[in-house]
Ligand binder design. Structure first.
Ligand SMILES: [Zn+2]
Length: 146
């Protein structure tokens, strides 16, 4: 039942009416119409409009709605700035406060140190303890001697 069908904008194009909608095969879709997938590739979404036509393939077993590109809306995707902010926040959680490097993983919330710095800190605390203990004993001995 192919013939001429009228488009929303008054154009007459080759197609047929099926399910009450202008229906096309791949390659026959008039300009200004796109599937949801094609809109997405253009960074658009249907934006609440109903399909004004449809595309059918595989002998009508597969179909997709066709939307007016002029009524499509920008997709609600994060802006570059929003993505950058999220990236910065994640990077901050990976940054070690000890050496300032990106640890490559989220550092523990309390110490905010990478594994290396954590080891160093633990080691230096142990060292300090040994030194303090020694010097205290040493001072005590000196006091005894005096
Ligand atoms: Zn570190």
């Amino acid at each position: 039942m192919a013939g001429l069908v009228e488009m929303w904008d008054g154009r007459w194009v080759l197609g047929r009416i099926e399910d009450g909608l202008p229906t096309f095969r791949w390659g026959w879709v008039p300009e200004g119409l796109a599937t949801r997938r094609q809109l997405r590739a253009l960074g658009l979404r249907p934006g609440g409009q109903d399909p004004v036509a449809q595309i059918k393939w595989r002998r009508g077993r597969r179909w997709a709605g066709l939307y007016r590109v002029d009524l499509a809306m920008p997709r609600r995707t994060p802006t570059a700035a929003q993505l950058a902010a999220v990236g910065a926040a994640l990077a901050a959680r990976r940054r070690c406060v000890g050496c300032g490097r990106d640890a490559g993983y989220v550092v523990p919330r309390v110490e905010r140190l990478c594994g290396d710095c954590m080891d160093n800190t633990t080691a230096s605390q142990e060292q300090r303890f040994v030194v303090n203990t020694f010097s205290r004993e040493h001072t005590a001995q000196q006091q005894d001697a005096a």
